[in-house]
Design a protein around this ligand. Structure first.
Ligand SMILES: Cc1cc2nc3c(=O)[nH]c(=O)nc-3n(C[C@H](O)[C@H](O)[C@H](O)COP(=O)(O)O)c2cc1C
Length: 180
């Protein structure tokens, strides 16, 4: 793989009440996204849904997430970035029942992924990558998605043990030949 191309980190991350970490100001996946961008010199873009998920109640958040998953929704997202200008795109998201949040698909489906290298990363609370990398590969049509080579870090570790998360990020990027 050519690791010299222009790099972008795209991510979705939920703030507010979250599983196992209480109320958080910066999402778990956001923490990893920043580490990856810093280590690789990538630009970043945050996928922010126009209708945000409730922050004060975890249960309200999962109700909406469940409805979106069951209806295969494509919630509108704010702004955009020209993926077409980049060669290597890291895509990060939390594991929501073995899926990325549906707004990640909204973003993906706006773009042309032909010839891109896509590298998934995820935070979770026990389910790991959970096959979501294959779903990302199917959605990013025409891309070379590095399924089986993505990074999975427990959300609580990203949030509360950043030295450990940082080590995981660095080891993973080294394995990909991807350090700045
Ligand atoms: C709607 C919802 C569904 C979730 N489903 C799972 C799951 O199936 N497996 C798992 O390991 N974690 C699950 N989690 C936990 C998140 O993956 C975990 O807290 C993650 O680190 C959140 O990242 P974020 O702060 O970037 O949004 C779920 C969280 C939410 C809000």
């Amino acid at each position: 793989m050519n690791t010299d191309g222009k790099k972008l980190v795209v991510f979705f991350s939920h703030t507010g009440e979250n599983y196992n970490v209480g109320y958080i100001e910066k999402g778990n996946t956001n923490i990893l996204a920043d580490m990856i961008a810093e280590a690789t010199g990538a630009d970043t873009f945050e996928i922010v849904p126009e209708k945000g998920y409730p922050k004060d109640s975890y249960n309200d958040c999962i109700e909406i997430a469940k409805e979106e998953l069951q209806s295969d929704a494509r919630p509108a997202v704010k702004g955009d970035v020209n993926v077409e200008d980049y060669d290597i795109i890291f895509i990060g998201y939390p594991n929501w029942w073995g899926n990325p949040p549906m707004c990640v698909y909204t973003f993906i489906e706006k773009h042309d992924w032909n010839g891109k290298t896509v590298i998934p990363f995820i935070t979770h609370e026990g389910s790991g990558m959970g096959g979501t990398d294959r779903k990302i590969a199917a959605a990013c049509k025409g891309a070379n998605t590095l399924t089986g080579k993505g990074l999975a870090v427990q959300g609580k570790v990203a949030q509360e043990n950043q030295a450990s998360a940082q080590k995981s990020v660095e080891r993973w990027l080294e394995g990909l030949g991807m350090k700045k």
